[in-house]
Design a protein. Structure first.
Length: 648
């Protein structure tokens, strides 16, 4: 499928041409004593007390204690509180706090399960931790290396003095909702079911026929929750059809009516896209496209009318949707390189790659400097990634990250832009780039929060609580699990994506077939029979599918979900891919009756190429410790639920 562009595929196709040749604190259940009944024994608890360095407005530096406390009642519910305390044990009133986050817990035979209500206050719960085990006065949180200790009487008294009146005020935070790659398809485009539309889904199996309903449900949820801001980092439509953009605007309008600001940027699917069609049985015909000027007019109330500055060279703009928060909303698309049959081109082709024009970079950095000089926090939103989300992304998936990303990210960080919201990859992933001076001293960082597609597995969206000074960002992940006309959204999307990975493989092989077949002479030089490389795309697709598709599917799904390290042991999966790849070459050699010496050579060569070129990237992707650019490569970010501290 076009969106898949599985990075492994490019490496495998290269191999087919052989051109690369020339913490957990836990214990066993037997060691866990029977849990003490919930009640006074667990009435108040400290949770993960740490120290932080703070610089006040007047430049004074001090070390503070950071305290997270649970306030449990006897009825199975409670609240979480978050405090900063100075050396004299006095509460720092001017520091951001978490106030009154609701909790519920149950006591089940030695295991206490704690779940936290949604950060924006709905009744839906999500797990705070997978499980917490009570061990002799300590709740040990499995997998998080922290313990919950019952507070002493003195601590209880101090907590009582700190607890806010009214409990659930949360006045120190703003709430932001992020959804991306909503890919809305107007129902008008599907004139009649048939092979034209099914063929499109085979190459790009998103939940297109339900896309409008998915967005409607998210908008209804947002109206109910009343966040302070909604962000959508691109790919608003299936393929930039004017009727689809008009539908998006109509669905989003209730948010504006409710007084909720919505800011969008265009994605590579949205502007002058030649692949926007009406599907009529076995036929398709071009739909009316959306020009850059039309896009600005359509989304005037979703960013452009709120702009404090616009870029003459692109659809980029700057706005301040919340006082003190300036958004650099950048157009990273390359729609001027699209190709059109109806304009005399050889094909309809939508350019998926991204970049920032030099003039746009200069303009954006100047706007960032201006905002920072006014004491405001500056955050970036664009469609394409600005930071690599695995080591091989810039080489194998270059169309998903902006050109010259290292230079651009360094410039952004140097000008005070430390946080970016992106989409495009359909990955739920958070990556950071740190850059260093000549002495290997870290200078600065930028974090790229990429949000997956609402209509592609695992169907995520993000909720964020951000402090009023926009330095603390509490990011959580939620999922679209059902809509009125489809009970199991995630299950349907998983199956559709899994079933079509071989279809995506076929699409890529057909697209690159001429280049692949040009490599055939190299195989002859290596001693391969003329029949070693299948003589058509379908047979090559089947060959790769038979040996590798199960593990390729697993790699892709794990990578999409985020927090890859929580899944199967990456080393075992990587080794299995290598073994099956070697098996494919060995058995293909035997099938075409090549010399045994050639077979042994190819098998060894494939193993060497895999170890040197594929394994590092696979390990990077599946362990998720790649993107931090740390010398020891030991950093890892929770892709789903995390807290980011961003300087100003």
């Amino acid at each position: 499928m076009k969106k898949l562009n599985l990075w492994m595929l490019a490496a495998i196709l290269t191999l087919c041409g052989l051109t690369t040749a020339l913490t957990s604190c836990s214990s066993s259940d037997d060691d866990i004593p029977q849990a003490t009944p919930i009640g006074s024994e667990l009435y108040k608890m400290w949770y993960a007390e740490t120290t932080v360095d703070n610089t006040s407005a007047d430049g004074t530096k001090e070390t503070l204690r950071q305290i997270r406390a649970f306030d449990f009642d006897d009825d199975g519910e409670g609240k979480e509180y978050f405090f900063y305390v100075d050396a004299d044990n006095k509460l720092k009133e001017n520091m951001p706090k978490l106030l009154g986050v609701d909790f519920a817990y149950t006591n089940l035979s030695g295991i206490i399960h704690i779940s936290r209500k949604d950060l924006l206050g709905t009744d839906a719960t999500r797990n705070l931790v997978r499980e917490a085990k009570y061990q002799g006065g300590t709740l040990v949180v499995s997998g998080d290396n922290v313990s919950l200790l019952p507070a002493t009487d003195a601590q209880k008294a101090q907590l009582e003095a700190w607890l806010p009146e009214g409990g659930n005020a949360n006045t120190d935070y703003k709430n932001i909702l992020v959804m991306s790659d909503i890919h809305v398809m107007s129902p008008q485009l599907l004139v009649k079911e048939g092979s034209a539309f099914s063929s499109y889904l085979n190459s790009d199996p998103k939940l297109l026929e339900y896309s409008g309903e998915v967005l409607e449900q998210l908008v209804a949820e947002a109206v109910k929750r009343k966040p302070d801001l909604v962000l959508i980092p691109g790919d608003l439509t299936k393929d930039g059809e004017l009727v689809s953009h008009q539908l998006v605007v109509s669905i989003l309008t209730p948010l504006r009516t409710a007084g909720i600001p919505v800011i969008v940027v265009p994605g590579n699917h949205d502007i002058d896209n030649p692949e926007g069609y009406y599907f009529d049985g076995d036929e398709k015909r071009s739909a009316e496209r959306t020009s850059p000027e039309q896009f600005k007019q359509l989304y005037a109330d979703f960013g452009y009318n709120q702009a404090t500055a616009t870029d003459p060279a692109s659809l980029s703009f700057v706005c301040e949707p919340l006082e003190g928060l300036v958004l650099l909303c950048l157009d990273t698309n390359m729609y001027e390189f699209n190709e059109y049959l109806d304009r005399g081109g050889k094909r309809d082709y939508n350019q998926t790659a991204g970049r920032l024009r030099p003039a746009t970079i200069t303009w954006a950095l100047a706007e960032a400097d201006k905002a920072r000089a006014a004491g405001k926090q500056v955050v970036l939103m664009e469609h394409h990634n600005i930071v690599q989300h695995h080591d091989a992304q810039a080489q194998i998936q270059s169309e998903y990250i902006i050109e010259n990303h290292t230079s651009v990210s360094q410039q952004m960080a140097r000008h005070g832009v430390h946080l970016a919201f992106t989409g495009h990859t359909h990955l739920q992933d958070i990556a950071a780039y740190h850059y260093y001076d000549a002495l290997k001293v870290r200078n600065d960082s930028i974090v790229d929060v990429s949000t997956g597609s609402t209509i592609s597995y695992p169907n995520p969206w993000r909720t964020i609580r951000v402090s009023n000074d926009f330095t603390r960002w509490e990011i959580a992940t939620e999922y679209i699990k059902s809509i009125p006309s489809l009970a199991d959204v995630q299950g349907t999307c998983y199956k559709r994506l899994a079933d079509n990975i071989s279809g995506g493989l076929k699409w890529h092989i057909e697209y690159a077939w001429d280049e692949i077949y040009k490599k055939k002479p190299y195989l002859t030089v290596l001693g391969c029979n003329d029949q070693f490389l299948p003589d058509n795309p379908a047979d090559l697709t089947k060959l790769i599918t038979d040996y590798l598709i199960d593990d390729l599917t697993k790699v892709y799904m794990i990578h999409n979900e985020g927090n890859e390290w929580q899944h199967e042991d990456p080393e075992a999966l990587i080794e299995r891919l290598k073994t099956n790849l070697q098996k494919m070459f060995r058995e293909r050699s035997e099938y075409v009756e090549q010399w045994e010496l050639t077979t042994a050579f190819l098998e060894s060569l494939v193993g060497t190429v895999f170890d040197n070129h594929l394994k590092p990237g696979l390990r990077s992707m599946l362990s998720d410790i790649n993107q931090m650019n740390e010398p020891l490569r030991s950093s890892r970010t929770d892709d789903l639920n995390t807290v980011l501290t961003i300087g100003r």
